[in-house]
Design a protein. Structure first.
Length: 231
């Protein structure tokens, strides 16, 4: 890798880290919204979101979090294994794996920073606040007003977006491409559904989060890959 390429790739990494730093700062500086103990009125929500609103369910909440972990862990593991076994020169395989690992981390940081900043700016009330027995933890931590967009949906579709671009640019003819993408898409959709059924998000929250995660990962991966391939 030339110094020029390394400099450009370092610039992307620095930019992503700055975005995450800005997100963390925004979260620390945000003023806490206190709940007055009253029940929010669901009729004030748009009809589409109101139709799919659900009360809080901790078991489903935890299941949604687990799916995000599985999606991201599986993506990282699959990328490493496919590169290792498809690359004859193992030193080269390690180099490619390291590059993709850094790119994956950048995708995660970029998608995460975007949805965190949007949550702080918009401050949408979560669905469970429109029902009896809302999340006590969400209220105590001031998280009950950070519904849009869905961070879990963003994380799951970030993994899908990364894998979509990775197969498209690295192994477009791989036999593992279609089944792998179907699995990651299914994990993303399942995460969206669980986030709604857990009472944490409205339909528009999960759709927005999924779109954000997919395109953030696709953009970062393709930019890094273009820099690497550029003569």
């Amino acid at each position: 890798m030339t110094r020029k390429k390394a400099f450009r790739l370092s610039g992307i990494l620095l930019l992503v880290c700055m975005c995450m730093g800005l997100a963390v700062l925004a979260e620390k500086k945000r003023s806490r919204v206190a709940w007055d103990g009253g029940l929010y009125r669901l009729e004030n929500v748009n009809p589409v979101d109101a139709r799919f609103a659900c009360p809080y369910n901790k078991t489903i909440d935890d299941a949604g979090t687990l799916l995000v972990v599985i999606a991201n862990g599986s993506a990282a593991l699959m990328v490493a294994l496919l590169i290792f076994f498809k690359t004859k020169e193992k030193r080269e395989a390690v180099r490619i794996i390291a590059f993709d690992a850094v790119t994956y981390a950048e995708c995660y940081l970029f998608a995460s920073s975007l949805y965190r900043i949007l949550k702080v700016c918009v401050r949408r009330i979560r669905p469970y606040m429109y029902f009896l027995n809302p999340s006590e933890k969400g209220i105590a931590e001031g998280d009950f007003c950070l519904s849009w967009p869905s961070g879990h949906s963003s994380g799951a579709f970030m993994a899908f977006g990364f894998m979509f671009s990775w197969f498209l640019l690295r192994y477009p003819d791989s036999k593992a491409k279609k089944p792998a993408l179907c699995i990651f898409f299914a994990l993303g959709i399942s995460t969206m559904i669980l986030r709604m059924f857990s009472g944490n998000h409205f339909l528009t929250d999960v759709l927005s989060g999924a779109t954000l995660g997919f395109f953030a990962a696709s953009a970062v991966f393709q930019i890094n890959n273009a820099i690497l391939k550029r003569s």
